[in-house]
Ligand binder design. Structure first.
Ligand code: SF4
Ligand code: SF4
Length: 505
């Protein structure tokens, strides 16, 4: 096997025996075949193909789907769809030996996977953009035939342009359906009732579960990236949406042990449980998330029946507390722009000197301690703007506030980086600047997987320079790609905290 699509790629080169994520060689090969099939199917360019490709790309995201049978069935489905259109799919995967070309193509594929995941969430809420579909299919269908570095770089820029479109679409879908996120305190303790823990990013699944469980005598908790659900009026109105349990995705093997109740994965990021995990019989998944041993909840006629999870929860003990207290969030663009006058006044009077965007992903590697250290050492007149699970590295540090404005402003999930861009653009207008890079905003982005890549490509497309990307640059960037990233966008990777504070703080 060979896979280098995420930040955990072994030795920052690639996984060759087994994925650090837990992906087996067989699963990796089935996924590679699916990618190859999708590229061939993409020439058909119609609605049925676009939806199939969007779902399938989501399944290929790191930590989303560990079910070999599901992947085999998806490949079978690809062959059947092709047959319907008299298209013959081959299995001859094309591998380019030129590391720069190979890396640029991987960057495009990872961006498309992130884009597909965000589009999938919007489609669940009946927001669909045929331009995004068309672009995705067009790029996929041509990718194997383009071997020109400049052309590939141009495509990467346009992927970033579509990244902005898809994040804007998902923002519209979420805010029109659930209301604008508002400042909210989220309980991180537990109640004395049994609970269901919901992970992943799919607010639509959470809403269905909240509705179906509202009079069941159980509570619903969020894990990792589902935390921002508590910021939306249409979700927080359910009193049994009790709180957030635990931290970022990689902590699940420890934290799920004490939850006691069933756990539902709606998307990535899954860590396959160990054979002796006490929660392994309590695992459910839905949508594109799946793993061997999990009970899968299908969608039938646009409905999902979560009754077996709810019934199981009723027989379980309440969760054991991991911590107590509250955290605050809900600083998406609408809420922050409502506070714009106060923020601008604090910038003008010198109380706020700088913003640091610390969005993106968390991960299990020890060197990610850097982000906790960096956040805690930032000057007291600096505000952290965050989105994605990267926040768990510093959202419980009690960094205080500046004249009532918390020093960590959490906009939401990784796709809510869109909010951070909107806030930056609004500040640029308020200060009548020509260039967003003239604002006192620094970018220290942590990445792990493909959604973070589409966010990064979006920022690059918008002309944002001097981003620090860590904890490592992607394994698919060879020295030529790194040089382009440095020359064109001034991207660097993280260094020692004190050195980076000198530059960004
Ligand atoms: S997704 Fe990441 S960890 Fe998993 S096999 Fe690929 S590079 Fe390795
Ligand atoms: S921000 Fe990235 S790493 Fe974190 S849960 Fe979301 S997809 Fe996974």
């Amino acid at each position: 096997m060979f896979c280098f699509q995420c930040q955990e790629a072994a030795n920052n080169r690639g996984c060759t025996i087994k994925g650090v994520c837990g992906k087996s060689e067989e699963l990796c090969k089935e996924m590679d075949l699916l990618k190859h099939h999708l590229k061939q199917l993409a020439v058909l360019n119609n609605d049925e193909i676009a939806l199939f490709v969007t779902n399938s790309l989501f399944k290929l995201i790191t930590n989303a789907n560990f079910n070999l049978d599901d992947l085999k069935n998806t490949n079978e489905e690809a062959l059947n769809i092709a047959k319907k259109y008299n298209l013959q799919l081959d299995n001859n995967i094309i591998i380019n030996d030129n590391l720069t070309i190979k890396g640029l193509k991987e960057m495009i594929m990872t961006g498309l996977m992130g884009m597909a995941a965000y589009h999938y969430h919007a489609i669940q809420l009946n927001y669909q953009d045929s331009d995004i579909h068309e672009f995705m299919l067009h790029v996929l269908s041509k990718l194997d035939t383009i071997n020109d570095i400049d052309k590939l770089l141009k495509i990467i820029d346009v992927v970033g342009e579509y990244g902005f479109k898809v994040m804007a679409l998902l923002d519209e879908a979420n805010t029109s359906t659930y209301g604008n996120p508002e400042i909210s305190e989220v309980n991180i303790g537990v109640s004395n009732r049994p609970g269901i823990l919901v992970s992943g990013h799919d607010l639509h699944d959470l809403k269905l579960l909240l509705e179906q469980s509202k009079d069941s005598g159980i509570d619903i908790y969020t894990h990792c990236e589902m935390l921002p659900a508590h910021y939306y009026p249409e979700l927080k109105k359910y009193p049994h949406l009790r709180g957030n349990y635990g931290n970022a995705w990689y902590a699940q093997t420890k934290e799920f042990e004490s939850f006691n109740g069933p756990i539902l994965f709606t998307t990535n990021c899954i860590v396959p449980p160990l054979a002796n995990a006490n929660y392994k019989d309590h695992l459910f998944s839905t949508g594109n998330a799946n793993a061997t041993g999990f009970t899968y909840i299908p969608e039938i006629n646009k409905q999902k029946d979560f009754s077996q999870i709810i019934e199981l929860a009723k027989t379980c003990l309440p969760p054991k507390p991991l911590e107590e207290g509250k955290i605050i969030g809900g600083f998406a663009h609408h809420q922050v722009l409502a506070l714009a006058e106060k923020i601008i006044e604090n910038i003008k009077n010198g109380s706020i000197k700088k913003f640091v965007v610390m969005a993106g992903c968390d991960g299990r590697q020890a060197n990610r301690e850097y982000y906790t250290d960096f956040a805690s050492k930032l000057a007291n007149d600096t505000i952290i703007l965050t989105a994605g699970c990267a926040k768990y590295r510093y959202n419980k540090l009690n960094l205080g506030s500046i004249n009532g404005i918390p020093r960590v402003l959490d906009a939401g999930q990784c796709n809510d980086s869109y909010s951070l861009v909107k806030i930056a653009l609004a500040l640029k207008d308020a200060f009548e600047l020509d260039d967003v890079n003239d604002l006192p905003i620094a970018y220290n982005i942590a990445w792990y997987e493909q959604k973070a890549v589409i966010v990064l490509l979006t920022l690059l497309h918008l002309g944002i320079k001097n981003i620090k990307l860590g904890p490592t640059l992607p394994a698919f960037c060879d020295e030529n790609i790194v040089k382009v990233l440095q020359d064109k966008y001034q991207i660097t990777t993280i260094n020692k905290v004190n050195e980076d504070l000198e530059i960004l703080g």
